[in-house]
Design a protein around this ligand. Sequence first.
Ligand SMILES: NC(=O)C1=CN([C@@H]2O[C@H](COP(=O)(O)OP(=O)(O)OC[C@H]3O[C@@H](n4cnc5c(N)ncnc54)[C@H](O)[C@@H]3O)[C@@H](O)[C@H]2O)[C@H](O)CC1
Ligand SMILES: [K+]
Length: 477
Amino acid sequence: MITAERMAAVDENATALGVPRKQLMESGGNAAARTVRDVAAPDDSVALVCGRGNNGGDAFVAARFLDDYDATVHLLGRPETITTDIARENWAALERGEYDTRVVRDSRNLDLGDPDVAVDAMLGTGVTGALREPERSAAAAINESDATVVAVDVPSGVDADTGEAAGVAVDADHVVTFHDAKPGLDDWDVTVADIGIPEAAELFAGPGDRRVLTRPGDAHKGDFGEVLVVGGGPYTGAPALAAQAAMRAGADLVRVACPRAVAREVQGFEAGLICRPFDGDRLTPEDLDHVRALAAAHDAVVFGPGLGTHEATLAAVREFLADYDGRAVIDADALQVVPEVDTDATLLCTPHQGELRGMGGPSADDWRDRLDAVTDFAADIGHTLLVKGAYDVISDGTASRANRTGNPGMTVGGTGDVLAGMAGALLSTQEPADAATLAAYANGLAGDRIVDRQGYGLLASDLLPELPRALWGGRDE
Ligand SMILES: NC(=O)C1=CN([C@@H]2O[C@H](COP(=O)(O)OP(=O)(O)OC[C@H]3O[C@@H](n4cnc5c(N)ncnc54)[C@H](O)[C@@H]3O)[C@@H](O)[C@H]2O)[C@H](O)CC1
Ligand SMILES: [K+]
């Protein structure tokens, strides 16, 4: 089962892998034609009723695979208003090939004839709200006809995510849907057609996974959250890196709770960082009132960078989590307490494989073997895991994804702090698994770009200025 939103992401990932949408449209159109062949007799007439988006484009392709039938392509609207290049190119091919095409400029002129089979390719996953004209009249005409109706991807008028129709919808006898079942189609006679989307487009994080984000140009203050980084003690750079990464990832506000001595250093890295220091030289249970009050005022907490493993510090983490019910990224030394704590918090844990074993998690040499093992362990502990490695594995306990951006130059200290900070910023507004996937992808991509440019020898802080483009994509992508 796949939602329209996720389908669009997978589609974009497929393009990045070198399987562009036009190729998928070719397969989709071919699959639609095969479904028509299954229901049509050899001399049957076929009316393909097409919208101006890619759903219509699928039927332009299908028409080429139905040469031997008496097939007519009805385009609802002027060819100049076709919304995508690939649909327009396929329409142009029909015209050049002298197929039987009709342009319906006005729904009052719609005449489907009396087809044996009607193909509904008006709207697919791009539908919003109730059908407008001329699609509404065309849907009524299809429903009133005696034709066997084959709907492409989704019956027009039906929202593929809810299965609800906001008004008139096509009453299809068969639905040929692409790649995977769509959530709203349980009650229909559905064939799922493989259109050649590589498994890697679903499994590996890619540029399509950015679609959950609002692009900075459209963003408003408050679209992103406020993030609290709790860290520092024996280490001072870690909380500063995490906080700066959270800022680069678009957090509206980032504050750092750390020992007073660390705060001076944190601000030395970046004057804009706001510190809310506590006394002493490491986190202890005595600081919890301070940390709890701060955490309650933020959308996500990043817990761990540079905290160290002092017993009192781990006790503080344990006590904090026991009655925290917000969202947190747990990294580094704080990870080891997670399995023993009963908490209502929503946690995104970012262990490398050694830390995963320290949490009582699975060890598997091959990342493919890790996919299921990490899912099982995430389900066990009830939190989302981002297991770092040459191939990162991400799971919320129901399914797993992998990320293969990044390179050996990123084993240098601090890159994990950058990842944790970015994950915290994303977790403040996104589902934990989406936040984890995107953080892993963007962190690795930033590192890959640096190494492409300058070779190895990168510093974790080099990643920071690369993060925005890695997260949102650049104009050149
Ligand atoms: N990977 C894949 O799954 C592939 C799917 N393909 C097909 O593409 C469609 C989705 O195409 P898209 O262009 O995004 O949207 P639509 O064709 O569904 O519709 C866009 C079009 O419709 C207008 N519109 C929106 N709502 C309404 C309405 N209520 N009434 C009238 N008109 C409406 C909107 O303005 C646009 O102009 C997917 O379903 C598959 O069939 C591709 O072939 C590639 C692979
Ligand atoms: K359709």
